[in-house]
Design a binder for this molecule. Structure first.
Ligand SMILES: [Fe+2]
Length: 388
């Protein structure tokens, strides 16, 4: 266990974090720091068409601006990555700058791979297979949730095989993450709430995960404090530099935490519900989270008591099961207070599909890090029924 005398762990977080309002202006000097002179901006079509964010990045880049690739889709695919890499090659860039949510940042990670090593993204699947650094990538998140700006993984859809491909490598960390609160002002309320709960779930799952370790614990606990304080506040005051900024910090801290500690059953369920029924990832997490706490109560009560303390929920003196239930209820209240649904029946999941979702979650990579081993679909089904 993480507090035992046989403790051993590895913690790695090489991404330079640059935080501050108007910190977008640091982009040129950060590129100079990477010895990069020409950057391709990677973003999605909505951001490019409906906001001035790309224009602002272009202006900040000045002579270092080489072009924009704005074909990113909500679940970006191999073809989108390969075409982006072709554009990067054509423009002879030496850096990638992503601006957007998790999909834009993950797509940029894929482009950085193909641009550096050639071929198609399909040729580079798997874990720790890269022998050299990818093309330098600076990530600028416009949502506060996924944490992709500080993680070594990318999830890209294989459109032909109808599969999600996973990429994980120390060379995939963005070199720099620029966190500029103003750039997240445009998030619609449901995305603010959903991505905020994604960050919260990363923090709680980092605390209970099999690879939990003290450095990640500290990051996760502070991320929980920040979400509890600033997510309800930002829902009321969406143009607050303070609350937007603290949510960006929370998402990044939770991202570093789960990048090292991993996640668990909540994400295994959310990945499957998301793939089968297009439920927003953060919302799918928010619905499952309290019920997974109750499922894991007998093995992870200590982690959940700590999460509770960070939320301001006192459980001293209570037996484990009661303590975990109190924390789970506090999470349910948080989810409801920001206007998110708390049941899968309310987000278009058909009840008849629950057994198939349970089977799907069993084969998701995140499940192996759940603190309580999950080997039977019936265990997942129990959690799903409670969350329905
Ligand atoms: Fe997540």
């Amino acid at each position: 266990m993480r507090y035992g005398s046989d403790l051993s762990f590895l913690h790695f977080s090489p991404t330079k974090v640059v935080f501050g309002n108007r910190s977008l202006s640091e982009l040129p000097s950060e590129l100079d720091g990477l010895s990069a002179a020409r950057a391709l901006v990677v973003t999605d079509a909505v951001l490019a068409a409906k906001t001035d964010l790309v224009e602002r990045v272009k202006k900040a880049l000045g002579r270092r601006f080489a072009g924009v690739y704005s074909d990113v889709m909500p679940d970006s695919g191999v073809g989108i990555v390969d075409r982006g890499a072709a554009k990067a090659k054509e423009l002879a860039v030496d850096a990638i700058v992503s601006i957007g949510g998790g999909s834009s940042i993950d797509t940029a990670k894929g482009i950085a791979i193909v641009h550096a090593f050639g071929g198609s993204l399909r040729d580079h699947q798997g874990f720790q297979g890269m022998s050299a650094p990818t093309t330098p990538h600076i990530a600028i998140p416009t949502t506060a949730g996924t944490g992709s700006e500080v993680t070594k993984v990318a999830v890209i859809k294989d459109e032909e095989a109808h599969q999600k491909l996973l990429f994980g490598d120390f060379h995939l960390y963005p070199r720099v993450a620029i966190l500029d609160p103003e750039l997240t002002f445009g998030m619609p309320p449901m995305i603010t709430a959903g991505t905020g709960l994604d960050a919260f779930t990363h923090a709680v799952e980092a605390l209970h995960a099999m690879q939990a370790e003290p450095v990640a614990d500290a990051l996760a606990l502070h991320a929980i404090r920040l979400v509890v304080r600033h997510l309800p506040a930002v829902m009321k005051e969406p143009a607050s530099v303070l609350h937007r900024g603290q949510m960006l910090i929370a998402a990044t801290m939770a991202g570093i935490a789960f990048d090292n500690a991993q996640v668990g059953l909540v994400h295994a369920i959310a990945h499957t519900v998301g793939a089968r029924h297009r439920v927003h990832h953060g919302t799918a997490n928010a619905i499952a989270l309290p019920h997974v706490l109750r499922f894991n109560a007998d093995v992870a009560a200590e982690a959940y008591r700590e999460a509770g303390l960070a939320m301001g929920v006192e459980t001293t003196g209570m037996p484990d099961e009661a303590a975990v239930d109190v924390v789970a209820r506090a999470i349910e209240q948080l989810v409801a207070s920001v206007g998110l649904p708390t049941r899968y029946r309310d987000v278009g999941v058909p009840e008849a599909d629950l057994p198939a979702i349970a089977e799907g979650a069993l084969s998701d990579g995140a499940i192996v890090y759940n603190p309580k081993p999950v080997t039977e679909a019936s265990d997942v089904l129990g959690v799903l029924r409670a969350a329905y």
